[in-house]
Design a protein around this ligand. Sequence first.
Ligand code: G4P
Length: 291
Amino acid sequence: MQFQWYPGHMAKAKKSMQEDIKLIDVIIELVDSRIPYSSKNPDIDTLANGKARILVMNKCDLADSVITDKWIKHYEEKGYFTVCVDSKNNKGMKAVNSVIQKACSKKIERDRRRGILNRPVRAMIVGIPNVGKSTFINSFTGKSCTKTGNKPGVTKGKQWIRLNKNVELLDTPGILWPKFEDQKAGLNLAFTGAIKDELYNIYELSMLLIKFLSENYSDIVESFYQIENKTLSEAEILERIAVRRKCIKNGAKPDLDKAGRYLIDDFRAGRLGRITLEKPDVLLIGENKNV
Ligand code: G4P
């Protein structure tokens, strides 16, 4: 599902998030492993209000694992607990359980000192649209979960999913707004399909993707489309892709929009291989951002 955010929507989402955060022990924020900075909500740090934080690097099956490791190190140094998952193929879910226990160890110890034993920790999943929240919840909860229903005074109107004796999950994910101000982040969100395609011109988007791939993964274009791309311009590469993919318009001209659409779809589906669009060191050096 794709969203248009307006100031009113954001204020409402923020308010509901603030209410939900009061009820939980740990916030589980999902990011897309291909764009761990661009897919991270800019305001969650303020909203989190001192709660334990887990960053789930979702879609790690599509990302470059060497760069994923760098992001993990980067975010762990910032105080997050992290875990990599491929929700679509149910991979990494066991590790999520143990990272929740680790992230909540202080609370569990506090409870123990007060004589409260085995009280489940309460978690909430948050993330921008399309990052994979529903897929993750389905994969993580599996079939064994049960709804615990409302508990008066504590969880008014909220439904909790009892995952096991240690964890309860708020059953509706918090949908967060993406970074709007940052043009580079907007572009990365467009590449991965997290924001509406209509907001971008597909030809320009595909040219920018070719530029990125030529600079960072030049072998991929060459081997996937069987094009000798070292000396070609972006426009020429797209033309060759059009010919390879038989995207031809009337008059036997290459249909560049159609070829661009193929390229973007091949990237999004992971057919080009495992590709990450941003690195923590480059972001830090290049643009002096708080990533
Ligand atoms: P949301 O609730 O956060 O909005 O996201 P949702 O779960 O609907 O997932 C958005 C898309 O991302 C879905 O693809 C879903 O299959 C895909 N996805 C989620 N997690 C992963 C993952 O770990 N790896 C990969 N490769 N894909 C993932 P879709 O094209 O919209 O739907 P479909 O083709 O799966 O039917």
